[in-house]
Design a protein around this ligand. Structure first.
Ligand code: COA
Length: 257
C-alpha cells in the first residue's frame, strides 16, 4: 500500500513505522491517523511481523500533537467525534493489539504525540525527547486517552500537574516517573529499540498477546484482571507455542516460535 504521511519498513520480524511530516513536526492530521490505522492493521495481520516500532522522522519530533489546523474551527459535536474516532482507530486499537508496539520517542512528544506513545506497550526515549500534554494551553483537554493513560503511568498527582501546567518533562525526568523505560543517545534509539524487538520476537507471540490482554485488563473498569489472567493462562495450554515451548525446555533446546 502507498502512504503519503508515513514510511513503513520490515526487517526480519520487526516492522517499523515512521510518521513522516517533519515540516509539521509530524503532527497527526486525519490522513496520518488513517494511514497509521491501515499500516498497523496490515502488520497485525502479517504473521511474520512480531513487533512494531513507531517513531517520528527527523531529529526534532516524535509527534508534536494532533494537527491544530484541522480542529481549530470545530464545534462541540465535531470535537467529540474527533476524540471518539481517534481513540477507536488508533489509540485504543494500538493498546489492544496482539502485536507488541514500542514507541521510539525521538524528540517532542506532545499532546496526541505523547498520547500515541502512551498507547504503545512501552516507550524508549532519546536524550533530546520532551514530553507533555499542553492541551489546556489551547483551551481543550487531552482527547486521545491522555487523561486516562498518563495517571496510569506516572501517578495521579504528577499527571494532574503536567496537564494543568501544560508543562514538559525531559527524557530523564520521564524515566524517573516511569513514563519511558530507557533513555539513550539519539543515534542509538533505533538500534536499541530493534534489539529489544528482537529479544521479544524470540518468545511466543501467542503468549505475548495473552499477556497484553491480561495486563490491559487490570486497567479496565468493571473487569476483573485476575479472572482475565486465569482465562488467558488457560488458553495458552491449547496453543502450538505451549507445546513447542515446553517440549523444547524438556529436550534442552531453544524453542522455535
Ligand atoms: N499542529 C499543527 N502544526 C504544528 C503542530 C501541531 N500540533 N506542532 C507544530 N506544528 C507546525 C508549526 O505550526 C510549524 O509550521 P509552519 O512552519 O508552517 O509555521 C512547524 O510545525 C514547526 O513548528 P514550530 O512551532 O515553528 O517549531 P518550534 O521549534 O518553534 O516549536 C513546538 C516546537 C513543539 C514547541 C511547537 O511547534 C508547539 O508548541 N507545537 C504545538 C504543540 C501542541 O500544543 N500540541 C498539542 C496539540 S493538541
Amino acid at each position: 500500500m502507498k502512504y503519503n504521511n508515513i514510511l513503513v519498513d520490515i526487517d526480519g520480524k520487526t516492522a517499523k513505522i515512521t510518521i513522516n511530516r517533519p515540516k509539521k513536526l509530524n503532527a497527526l492530521n486525519k490522513n496520518t491517523i488513517n494511514e497509521l490505522n491501515n499500516a498497523i492493521e496490515a502488520f497485525e495481520a502479517d504473521e511474520k511481523v512480531r513487533v512494531i516500532i513507531i517513531t517520528g522522522s527527523g531529529d526534532k519530533a516524535f509527534v508534536a500533537g494532533a494537527d491544530i489546523t484541522e480542529f481549530a474551527h470545530f464545534d462541540i459535536s465535531k470535537g467529540a467525534k474527533l476524540s471518539k474516532k481517534g481513540q477507536k482507530i488508533l489509540f485504543d486499537f494500538i493498546e489492544n493489539l496482539n502485536t507488541p508496539v514500542i514507541a521510539a520517542v525521538n524528540g517532542f512528544a506532545l499532546g496526541g504525540g505523547l498520547e500515541l506513545a502512551m498507547a504503545c506497550h512501552f516507550r524508549v526515549a532519546s536524550e533530546n525527547a520532551k514530553m507533555g500534554l499542553p492541551e489546556v494551553s489551547l483551551g481543550i483537554i487531552p482527547g486521545y486517552g491522555g487523561t486516562q493513560r498518563l495517571p496510569q503511568l506516572v501517578g495521579k498527582g504528577k499527571a494532574m500537574e503536567l496537564i494543568m501546567t501544560a508543562g514538559m518533562l525531559d527524557a530523564e525526568e520521564a524515566k524517573t516517573y516511569g513514563l519511558v523505560n530507557y533513555v539513550v543517545d539519539q543515534d542509538e534509539l533505533m538500534p536499541f529499540c530493534e534489539k529489544l524487538a528482537k529479544k521479544i520476537s524470540y518468545n511466543s507471540g501467542t503468549a505475548i498477546s495473552a499477556a497484553i490482554k491480561a495486563v490491559n485488563a487490570s486497567f479496565e473498569d468493571g473487569v476483573n484482571g485476575f479472572e482475565v489472567e486465569i482465562e488467558q493462562f488457560g488458553n495458552c495450554f491449547g496453543t502450538e507455542d505451549f507445546e513447542e515451548g515446553t517440549t523444547a525446555f524438556l529436550e534442552k533446546r531453544k524453542a522455535k516460535f
